[in-house]
Design a protein around this ligand. Structure first.
Ligand code: NI
Ligand code: MN
Length: 230
């Protein structure tokens, strides 16, 4: 079974792993880069990394329509359940759980997590997927942190890092993050959605090539990247 990663702008990534569709941070309505709508996107699982509106996005509507299981931290999972998500799975930082697509571990992320109505959203998280084709680390919204070295020690096929700056790490720090993480492939996210996070992804890719051993993979919105099965 093939494994793929499709980018829909901002931090919206659709993973297809072991025949399951896992949608991360489905901010589609109001996302100028989205090439798919909340009414049509398919999902078996939705993962919400933190409480900000540009990440919670259309989670509730998509969960109701698709009956997807929404995975998030304890605080956000409970908030989503209260607001109509039919099925949730709450986890927290450092915890792993084996799902039918593979194992997901939640990692630290340095950011905020207030929910759209002002509710407390707990701590933001990053995602470490352990799949049949290797480990995928999706940092989500965060600044650079040295513990990325520990995440890198798990052995990474792919890392997805924010490069937009202003709200998250920018291009230079994402290069340092790549040095800590040592993935085979690094994919940028959380950039060009709004003017304040505009970045030159080509320049970023040149920096990755010259300063790390990872291969940069810049996906345009709507583009699907396939990982070969072992
Ligand atoms: Ni955020
Ligand atoms: Mn964000």
């Amino acid at each position: 079974m093939s494994t793929s990663i499709t980018f829909y702008g901002h931090n919206v990534f659709l993973y297809e792993i072991s025949g399951r569709k896992i949608l991360v941070d489905p901010f589609l309505t109001g996302n100028p880069l989205a090439t798919i709508s909340a009414d049509t996107v398919e999902a078996d699982y939705i993962i919400v990394s933190h409480g900000h509106g540009d990440h919670v996005g259309d989670t509730i509507e998509i969960a109701k329509r698709t009956n997807a299981v929404v995975i998030s931290n304890f605080e956000i999972a409970n908030w989503l359940k209260k607001h109509g998500a039919p099925r949730t799975h709450d986890m927290h930082i450092g915890g792993s759980h084996r799902f039918d697509f593979g194992t997901l571990k939640l990692t630290i992320a340095h950011h905020g997590s207030q929910l759209p109505d002002g509710s407390y959203g707990g701590n933001p998280v990053g995602l470490l997927f352990k799949t049949a084709v290797g480990n995928i680390y999706h940092a989500c919204d965060t600044g650079l942190f040295y513990d990325m070295t520990l995440i890198g020690d798990e052995g990474l096929k792919v890392a997805i890092l924010p490069i937009g700056d202003n709200y998250t790490m920018g291009p230079e720090d994402s290069v340092r993050a790549t040095q800590f993480l040592r993935p085979e492939i690094v994919i940028p996210g959380h950039f060009n959605t709004f003017p304040v996070i505009a970045q030159d992804a080509g320049k970023w890719a040149d920096m990755i090539r010259s300063k790390t051993s990872a291969k940069p993979m810049v996906l345009h919105p709507g583009q699907k990247y396939s990982l070969l099965d072992l």
